[in-house]
Design a protein. Structure first.
Length: 434
């Protein structure tokens, strides 16, 4: 990813230096296990570990690869330059995919740990703001049209619950991807004992892959990147909500506009939702990895490398982008400016119209058929839409309505508290008994 949308800790995971360090650790741990089995001398394993503090020369490895046209062989050749004669015992019975696939999964696990920490910060911000606005009444919308009252806290609680599910999905994705394979050509362990795989996997915090066909099965990676895509879609949903609320005609909430910030090169008055628009775009980049990851599942026979070029790009790009997006969204939520007065003003814009269902239900309780109740309420509601009338006054003036309900009963249908009486229940479901 470009530096503009990258954070250093996540970028470091995908750097060539980190990759080669992991490759080295895989080979060194494998040598330990081979030495325990008596396949190689213990002194050879010790010689390999003496290179643990070596800063592998990326340029030198690239130089060798320009000749060998093989990245793992280039790395092993460079490692031999540091280990010396005992390097002949490195990579015994292994194949390139043992190194590449195990390393890739180590990187994905480490990336996921960062994403989980990101998610925890986002959840904390959402929870804080949800309780702050637990009882801040606002209009709920369906199809973009006023529906019935809710609270802004409920909106944020919804986002919290959604992201909490996404955290669980990330934990499951981490579990799914945390496998390693040191099984040799076509995965049969013909030239390497399965105990070597078990040793290396344990040393790297992985589980041995049950069956690897020279490569780790890519259904695992498909699930992993699909999970990242779901998280990205949730980010976009929240960002889109904020973008709508920031529209000039609505202005119920907006991104924090910092001192000195400029909204437009042409129009000095502008305060645009640039961060949430950016998040919408970044979500597309993360989701862009999902389909290629799905297509990587179908490899030829025991292996091919059609997946390799894809993963070299989507691994870094998807995790780096999602890391950046989660942190940006946390900042947006933490500093989000909320306008409760505008929420009330918008809710009252159509003079009580939002209470139509309450009146409908009250009429049915008074013995009026649902069909007739709907017609009575709708004909008065249309006067509000078309003539700017006051809904309550129109209902009171409608003889068919007052024949079934007293004025006091009609007025009772306009109580805002009726719509928010179960907010506490929702919060307990989301946040527990706090």
């Amino acid at each position: 990813m470009i530096p503009r949308y990258s954070r250093p800790e996540m970028v470091e995971i995908w750097s060539p230096a980190t990759k080669f360090k992991i490759w080295y650790e895989i080979e060194a741990h494998a040598c330990d296990a081979q030495a325990e089995l008596g396949v190689i001398p213990k002194s050879a394993a010790e010689s390999v570990w003496k290179a643990r503090d070596v800063e592998f020369d990326v340029a030198r490895i690239d130089e060798i690869e320009a000749v060998t046209k093989h990245d793992v062989i280039a790395f092993l050749t460079h490692l031999a330059e540091h280990v010396g004669e005992d390097s002949r015992f490195v990579h015994q019975g292994m194949t390139s995919s043992d190194v590449l696939d195990t390393c890739f999964n180590v990187q994905l696990v480490r990336a996921t740990d960062i994403l989980l920490a990101d998610m925890d910060r986002l959840l904390a911000a959402l929870k804080k703001r949800a309780f702050e606005h637990r009882d801040t009444v606002t209009i709920g919308r369906s199809h973009g049209i006023h529906a019935e009252p809710t609270t802004f806290g409920v909106k944020l609680a919804l986002a919290y619950a959604e992201m909490d599910r996404n955290r669980d999905r990330l934990v499951a994705a981490r579990e799914e991807i945390a496998t390693g394979a040191i099984s040799g050509a076509v995965g049969t362990f013909a030239n390497i004992d399965p105990s070597v795989e078990e040793h290396v996997a344990k040393a790297l915090g992985l589980k041995p892959e049950a069956v690897s066909t020279q490569v780790i099965p890519r259904d695992r990676h498909a699930m992993y990147f699909a999970t990242l895509g779901v998280v990205a879609s949730s980010i976009e949903r929240i960002a889109t909500e904020i973008r709508h609320l920031q529209r000039t005609e609505v202005l119920e909430a907006e991104e924090y506009f910092s001192p000195g910030q400029k909204g437009s090169s042409a129009m000095p008055h502008k305060r645009n939702p640039v961060l949430t628009e950016n998040l919408t775009g970044l979500a597309r980049i993360v989701r862009m990895s999902v389909t290629p990851a799905m297509e990587n599942v179908a490899l030829w026979h025991e292996r091919d490398i059609s997946h390799s070029s894809v993963e070299r790009m989507i691994g870094p790009d998807a995790t780096i982008t999602l890391d950046f997006a989660l942190n940006r969204l946390t900042g947006v939520i933490d500093k989000l400016v909320v306008y409760p007065d505008n929420m009330i003003a918008n809710m009252n814009k159509f003079r009580g119209l939002i209470h139509s269902q309450r009146v409908l239900l009250a009429l049915t309780q008074k013995g009026v058929s649902r069909e007739d109740s709907y017609s009575l309420v709708q004909r008065n509601a249309m006067k509000v839409w078309e003539q700017g009338a006051d809904f309550l006054e129109e209902l009171k003036a409608d003889e068919d309505v007052t024949a079934a309900m007293t004025e006091a009963e009609i007025e009772d249908c306009f109580d805002l508290g009726y719509h928010t009486k179960h907010v506490g229940t929702i919060f307990r479901r989301v946040f527990g008994e706090e």
